[in-house]
Design a binder for this molecule. Structure first.
Ligand code: NAP
Length: 727
């Protein structure tokens, strides 16, 4: 850390859940080094927060996940910073910082991590040297990210003394692209910065539509009328180099195909917290929870963590064996083998299994962690390009504008180049949106631009890290096996086809998620495959022997943690000789009781035994069942219907309310419904306002929705209202 305390050093710190913030932060760091600023880059958790007081200059890029929570790789930092703030007055008085937040206004608490971090830094005495940027994925992150980055270099140049900085500011002026200037840049075609794995300038093979690849449906007709394009981002810095090696396949290459090849050399320093350290577990059976006619295929998968070794230290022991109800686990899955094969074909790489050396083009730059794992200088640990593409980068996420901009520079055909520039320009916003809505992966994009000769190394610069996928467990603590329930992410999208005749104007594109189809396939092979898993630290827990009333709202797979809660309560009831605990009320919703009522038998049996005191069911697509069973459409309808009883539990009996499931629609909808419950209860019961602690000058009993929402937020802070919301 020593060099980081130098007054001209810039430290880039990121908190990233899906890899976007990490990619942006690393690109900024690499550009900063190229601008001549001594720089370093860390995830927030890998940076010792205790060293922050010695830093002079930091650039934070942080995203927000779930219900406005910090990403997993920022949790430890967050706790330490809070403690530091408690113990010391203005501990970060030396620090000057810039802050970029990534969020999505479709979810509640937009950019909450960035907003809270900004407030905490300010409280700690740090000073912002550049206005913070809050980017919205709902309208396109680039709209804020790109201008923010452009301005950052200027601000940083002023911050850091030295003439080199001045010079670089000139180089990063926003670009306007002249569509008439078509020929000039095509020759760059990925030659300047990277070596292709085959070492040859690729003659791109005729595009064969692989099963993993889908046609892109985009209407470019507006491009013909445009003279100039503006607002296109700068292509990201080139970081990676790939050199083919003649050495035989490394030992790591022969390891299990279901484990990331680097797992055996995973350093405990990378995961100092024993609770979240990855380890190898064995897959058990998968049981289908939905009927074959249901819209979604939901599986209940059993995972067997290994028994702790005899000499394991106590921490590791606890971490491996225990998983509390409400916890989630991360599963490390590779990209689909078919998608990787299609990409290798598209890159014209016939030797995808040949070992390569992955390194940084500029020796002053450290590769980001997801690539560093594949960049060992030890010959015994060289990996093939196929392994790198399987495990290092996410091939399924829709490409960012910066990626399209960089791909434009690799096109030999002016028409391809122009279309790519159009897609990442202000004028092509609607077309870019169409690409995103089609959830196009990188192979789809390359398929649409046959003259794009991007190299494998350049792609590694551009693609985000492949992150493990998280799933809630649905078992109670002490269970030696873990169970997770998930929908297999395979879906079809209907896209309007601008080229089709009016009567057949829609095309269907099929998409596949990374992890769930893979898990389904492995479980189907029945060979007890090994997978790398890690526990996720969380707070969505039911207290032991909770005496307060418990309200649980969880439609679809959102019910998973509540199955664990009810298991826990069944055990506790048994231990108490059958005496029921406080009341427990579950709101569950699905489409139809005959198709996708998950855990039906267990829920019915818990209701009978008194483990569950009340059950409210909602069937969104089965009118007959709704009528015959007196059910509602959505869980928020049921919450509103039972406003009086729920209001009494929440206001008079201090019920603890849990909500789990979709962060975009259900979470905010249920939040509003709960606020309405409080308003309705306050309107019907004098003194309810006082009991809620809402005092207003001028009196009056009514509670406004805004006040009710504030009450809910207070309860969330007191952990009386807990939400586990998934994007
Ligand atoms: P789902 O099957 O899509 O939907 C379950 C029910 O919720 C359906 O009846 C659906 O109705 C309804 N619904 C749709 N929009 C709603 C809204 N705005 N408010 C209330 N209900 C609504 O559910 P799912 O796919 O399992 O999704 C649950 C969510 O929980 C997902 O986002 C999932 O990622 C997340 N989750 C995941 C895990 C995990 O371990 N991976 C754990 C917990 C939760 P219609 O579709 O008929 O309108």
């Amino acid at each position: 850390m020593g060099a980081e305390t130098a007054s001209n050093h810039v430290t880039f710190l990121y908190a990233s859940q899906t890899g976007n913030a990490e990619t942006i932060s690393h690109q900024l760091y690499a550009t900063s080094v190229q601008h001549g600023h001594p720089s370093s880059c860390h995830s927030l958790d890998s940076y010792p927060a205790a060293s922050l007081p010695t830093l002079h200059r930091a650039v934070f890029v942080v995203s927000t996940t779930g219900d406005g929570d910090p990403p997993d790789n920022a949790l430890k930092f967050w706790r330490t910073l809070r403690k530091t703030l408690k113990n010391k007055e203005k501990p970060l008085g030396n620090l000057r910082y810039a802050l970029l937040g990534l969020g999505d206004t479709n979810y509640s608490n937009f950019c909450n991590t960035a907003v809270r971090l900004d407030a905490m830094l300010e409280e700690a005495g740090a000073t912002a040297f550049y206005p913070k940027g809050l980017a919205d994925d709902a309208t396109g992150l680039e709209d804020v990210v790109e201008p923010w980055i452009e301005g950052l270099w200027d601000a940083l140049a002023k911050e850091v003394a030295g003439s080199s900085a001045e010079r670089e500011v000139e180089e990063t002026k926003p670009d306007a692209v002249d569509t008439a200037d078509k020929a000039g840049t095509a020759d760059k075609a990925g030659t300047a910065d990277t070596a292709d794995v085959d070492g040859a300038a690729a003659a791109v093979e005729a595009l064969s539509i692989a099963p993993a690849h889908q046609r892109l449906v985009v209407d470019y007709s507006a491009l013909a009328q445009l003279q100039k394009l503006s607002g296109a981002p700068k292509p990201p810095a080139s970081i990676c180099a790939i050199t083919p090696l003649d050495t035989p396949a490394a030992a790591a290459n022969s390891s299990s195909a279901t484990l990331p090849p680097w797992h055996a050399s995973l350093a405990s320093s990378e995961h100092p917290d024993a609770f979240t350290r990855p380890f190898v577990a064995r897959l058990g059976s998968a049981v289908r929870l939905t009927e074959s006619a249901a819209a979604k295929r939901t599986l209940l998968l059993t995972i067997h963590p290994p028994p702790p070794p005899a000499d394991a230290d106590a921490d590791a022991d606890t971490a491996r064996s225990s998983c509390r109800a409400g916890d989630a686990i991360n599963i490390y899955a590779p990209n689909s083998a078919a998608l990787v094969a299609a990409l290798l074909r598209r890159l014209d790489c016939a030797k995808g299994d040949q070992p390569v050396r992955l390194s940084a083009l500029d020796e002053r730059i450290t590769l980001p962690p997801h690539l560093q794992r594949f960049s060992s200088s030890t010959a015994s640990a060289h990996y093939s390009l196929r392994q790198i593409l399987l495990w290092a980068v996410d091939l399924t996420l829709a490409p960012r504008k910066q990626t399209l901009r960089a791909l434009a520079d690799c096109c030999t055909d002016a028409a391809d180049r122009d279309r790519l520039l159009f897609l990442c320009s202000r004028q092509g916003a609607a077309q870019f949106d169409a690409v995103r809505r089609q959830a196009a992966n990188i192979v789809d994009v390359l398929g649409a631009f046959p003259s794009c000769h991007v190299t494998a190394a350049r792609l590694l610069d551009l693609l985000p890290p492949l992150q493990p996928r998280a799933y809630s467990v649905c078992n109670a603590a002490g269970d030696e096996r873990w169970q997770v329930a998930f929908n297999v992410a395979e879906y079809a999208l209907e896209i309007a086809d601008p080229f089709a005749a009016a009567e057949e104007g829609m095309v269907v594109v099929r998409r596949r998620g990374v992890c769930t189809p893979w898990l389904e396939e492995l479980a189907g092979q029945g060979s007890a495959a090994e997978v790398l898993v890690a526990r996720r630290a969380g707070q969505f827990h039911l207290r032991e022997r909770e005496a307060r009333p418990v309200v649980m709202v969880g439609p679809g797979t959102g019910v998973a943690p509540f199955v664990g809660f009810l298991e826990q309560r069944a055990l506790e009831m048994q231990q108490a000789g059958g005496t029921p605990l406080g009341s427990a009320w579950l709101f569950f919703g699905c489409r139809s009781p005959t198709l996708d009522y998950l855990f039906h038998d267990r829920i019915s049996s818990w209701l009978q035994q008194g483990v569950l005191s009340r059950l409210s069911l909602c069937f969104s697509r089965d009118t007959e069942a709704r009528t015959s069973m007196g059910a509602d459409v959505y869980v928020q309808d049921a919450v509103r219907r039972y406003a009086e009883e729920l209001g009494r539990l929440m206001v008079e009996e201090e019920a603890v309310v849990f909500v789990c499931g979709d962060a975009k629609g259900m979470g905010p909808d249920v939040n509003l419904a709960l606020a309405d419950v409080l308003c309705q209860y306050a309107a019907a019961h004098t003194d309810a306002r006082q009991r809620l602690g809402v005092v207003r000058e001028g009196g009056g009993e009514a509670l406004s929705r805004a006040e009710a929402l504030e009450v809910l937020m207070c309860w969330a802070a007191e952990k009386r209202y807990l939400r586990d919301l998934w994007a």
